[in-house]
Design a protein around this ligand. Structure first.
Ligand code: ATP
Length: 761
């Protein structure tokens, strides 16, 4: 007993000593950071003074300096909670060459680095942090986690250790080191650092990280990225990086870290921005804090799939059958017809009457319809066809006027024609006719037109059945948009094209402006070149697109996302077994179209870091039903707490509330109650007053999120709610990091132990 106590005291003092060693290093780092902040401030002041000199050269130099110093200050002033988090102790490298970050570049140890008696000297110690810091003499005090020299911190394993002998995770808060955890990569080796044997503290940083309570925002995993994840994060950005992995394998975490890595790697290339597409606003809120903590913000846009279209925001849900109709690629045809059909709404005029060269000219309904058909013949955007429609109208009027044959001299004939056109186009009635007959359409106006069941039935003939038409039209009459409406609006934008805008006034002759004559001039439409320039300025495309939960994108959503990355490189992460889309093959086809023929690099993540083995095993029963033959990821830890099964006693609400309250007492962090979509509102009322550690979620809202404990309410109800119900249930069952309760109602057919039919062996 006494011996054990003695040993423990010795270990404690060893730990304290090692914490002291890291504290000393952190103090040095902060000292250096302060120096750099002063340097940056000095540069800013200096630059401001230079600005007063006023020569163009000095001004340009000042701007560049202020820009650089500003970035610097911004990053340095960022108070990172655990700025320094890792350290590796390495053997001598093979070639003794150093990289730009001041560290040796060799991955493999030099021959003779390990002596015959299995002893070796530590030749290099690197500290890893969220940003890199060099000492005055350019020795690295901290290596940025994304730098090549930091890769062994993540990649090294006992099987393939490279030069790494000891890998240490440092826990700190602000300027204080709180703890250290070591892993030995070469346990057989007796390594000496400064003549002393290398001490080893603790038993694994990963397990410590995984056991921590969850809050309402995601943490980064920068201190404990695992080798298979690191391969994805640092994969070269060429073409498409395609990652599959089961629940909890770190796909979202990896996607976020990859964005930070790519920016660090090639900031100029990604100046066009990185877009991260997330399935729900809840997941955006959960994850958006991670990037600033990794030293990145600004150039990355994290957007929910329902927030990709400027000026529209999805707030409504569609029933599964409406969602299926709206999300399917069948909808493209309907939208094309609607965009063309919408030209004829609102009492489109059936006759054109003008006066030219003193003669009255008319085009009747039939001729007008013929002209419209001719203009719409191609696939060009409807709004951009207006000038062509105008031209064909003038051609028809010209023919009607009989003036065509009047001159045989081509020059005179052309002059005559041009004054004919001008005569007509300056007439108010012609402009009014054109506005009514070929109105400028907006996506919202076309979608609103589709809310009329009769009209929609016409446009969707032989594409949607009458039941679908009725339900879709009804859903479009609601106030607000659903996530599927957003993809339709985006498709319509592409079908309609941005309307041509009137030319700016400065294009007109200044004399006309002075005399007020400009008011009388017909407004000229913007030229093709002007339009292209304007659109380039309003660009919504990105240099790299990351799609999270990619298995859920509908064909229409793939098209919308594809339009934002036509020239981009891509990272696509997902899990087919969690797809809530009813027809995965159709979605895969649309995905392949969006990604084009770019070559793909495939990766697989195989380890579940979220669920304890007890919960993962239960979920695997649903996986076997949802996707027979597919493999569950391997859970890395076990808590000894089996999932709990209860059946409804008095009312469903009461039972669920009691279970949530029970779990709140058992975990420190959050509790999620997952119900079928139709019960969302009700479930929020059940939980009223239990505090903000507990939340109620519809099954589709739970996507990507995680809680310390979850209550899954009526598996059968969730599974029956949509054609992809079993996969949605699989998502619901894999949200907990510690404890899970399943509440069964009658329809779940629970056995004597309360286990519902769907979860029995
Ligand atoms: N290397 C790691 N170290 C520490 N924690 C990790 C690591 N990898 C993943 N995690 C944690 O595991 C949990 C699951 O990760 P994440 O949400 O990224 O998984 P996912 O694959 O996107 O899951 P799902 O498909 O279910 O949405 C998160 O809490 C994440 O922080």
């Amino acid at each position: 007993m006494a011996a054990q106590a003695q040993q423990e005291t010795a270990l404690d003092s060893l730990r304290d000593r090692e914490i002291g060693v890291e504290q000393e290093h952190l103090d040095r780092v902060y000292l250096r950071l302060e120096e750099k902040i002063h340097e940056a401030e000095f540069l800013m002041n200096d630059a401001a003074q230079r600005g007063q000199v006023g020569t163009p050269g000095a001004l340009a130099e000042r701007d560049a300096q202020v820009f650089r110093a500003g970035i610097h200050l911004n990053r340095l002033n960022n108070e990172f909670e655990d700025f320094l988090f890792g350290r590796i102790d390495l053997l001598l490298g093979k070639d003794g060459k150093k990289g730009p970050d001041g560290a040796y570049t060799a991955v493999e140890p030099a021959e003779g680095a390990v002596r015959d008696d299995n002893t070796a000297d530590i030749a290099e110690t690197l500290h890893i942090g969220r940003i890199g810091v060099l000492d005055q003499d350019y020795t690295p005090l901290v290596i940025d986690w994304r730098a090549p020299a930091a890769a062994p911190f993540y990649r090294s394993t006992p099987v393939d250790p490279g030069r790494v002998v000891r890998r240490r995770v440092i826990r700190s808060k602000g300027r204080k080191v709180l703890g250290v955890e070591d892993d030995l990569m070469r346990p057989e080796l007796k390594a000496l650092l400064g003549g002393q044997e290398l001490p080893v503290i603790g038993d694994g940083a990963l397990m410590a990280a995984l056991g921590q309570a969850r809050s309402h925002t995601m943490r980064d995993i920068v201190a404990s990225i695992q080798a298979e994840q690191d391969l994805v994060i640092r994969a070269p950005a060429a073409s498409v990086t395609y990652v599959e992995g089961g629940p909890g394998t770190g796909k979202t975490a990896v996607a976020l870290h990859r964005a930070a890595y790519l920016l660090y790697q090639d900031r100029r290339r990604y100046a066009g921005g990185i877009l991260i597409v997330s399935p729900t606003p809840l997941l955006v809120a959960y994850t958006e804090g991670v990037l600033p903590s990794l030293g990145e913000e600004g150039q990355v846009a994290i957007r929910a799939i329902g927030s990709l279209v400027e000026g529209a925001e999805a707030t409504l849900y569609d029933s599964p059958s409406v969602a299926r109709a709206k999300g399917s690629s069948r909808m493209i045809k309907v939208l094309r017809k609607a965009a063309r059909g919408a030209l004829e709404l609102n009492d489109s005029p059936t006759r054109l009457r003008v006066v030219a060269f003193g003669r009255r000219l008319e085009l009747e309904a039939e001729e007008l319809a013929g002209i419209r058909r001719a203009v719409l013949g191609g696939t060009a955007p409807v709004n951009l066809l207006r000038p062509r429609a105008r031209k064909l109208l003038l051609d028809a009027l010209w023919e009607r006027s009989g003036a065509a044959g009047r001159h045989s001299d081509p020059e005179l004939a052309a002059e005559l024609r041009s004054s004919f056109d001008e005569d007509i186009t300056s007439e108010d009635s012609f402009i009014a006719f054109l506005d009514a007959w070929w109105p400028e359409l907006t996506p919202a106006a076309v979608l609103a037109a589709m809310a009329d069941e009769r009209r929609l039935g016409r446009w969707a003939r032989r594409i949607m059945n009458p039941g679908e038409v009725r339900r879709v039209a009804r859903s479009l009459r609601r106030d607000g948009s659903s996530v599927h409406d957003i993809a339709m609006l985006d498709e319509l934008q592409a079908i309609l094209g941005a309307p041509a805008r009137p030319r700016k006034k400065r294009d007109l002759d200044p004399l006309d402006q002075l005399t007020g004559l400009e008011e009388l001039m017909p407004v000229r439409e913007e030229s093709q070149r002007e339009r292209a320039e304007r659109l380039a300025a309003e660009r919504t495309e990105y240099a790299h697109v990351i799609v999270d939960e990619a298995q859920d994108l509908t064909p229409m959503q793939w098209r919308m996302v594809g339009r934002r990355g036509r020239h981009a490189t891509w990272t696509v992460v997902g899990d087919p077994a969690q797809s809530s889309w009813s027809d995965p093959d159709e979605a895969a086809e649309a995905r392949d179209e969006a990604l084009g023929t770019r070559p793909r690099r495939r990766f697989e993540l195989t380890v579940n870091y979220r669920n304890p083995a007890e919960i993962a095993e239960l979920a695997s029963k649903v996986l076997a039903l949802a996707m027979p033959g597919s493999e569950s990821p391997r859970a890395v830890r076990s808590t000894g707490v089996e999932p709990r099964f209860t059946v409804v006693e008095d009312t469903l609400g009461e039972t669920v509330r009691n279970e949530a309250a029970r779990l709140l007492e058992r975990v420190d962090g959050t509790v999620g109650v997952v119900v079928a979509m139709q019960r969302r509102e009700e479930a929020r009322r059940w939980l009223a007053g239990l505090g903000d550690r507990v939340v109620a979620l519809g099954s589709l809202e739970a996507k990507g999120l995680e809680y310390d404990a979850t209550v899954v309410v009526s598996p059968a109800e969730i599974a029956d709610e949509s054609p992809a119900g079993l996969r949605v249930l699989y998502v619901a069952l894999t949200r907990a990091t510690q404890q899970l309760t399943v509440v069964s109602a009658q329809r779940d057919e629970p056995d004597a132990a309360g286990v519902p039919d769907l979860l029995r062996d």
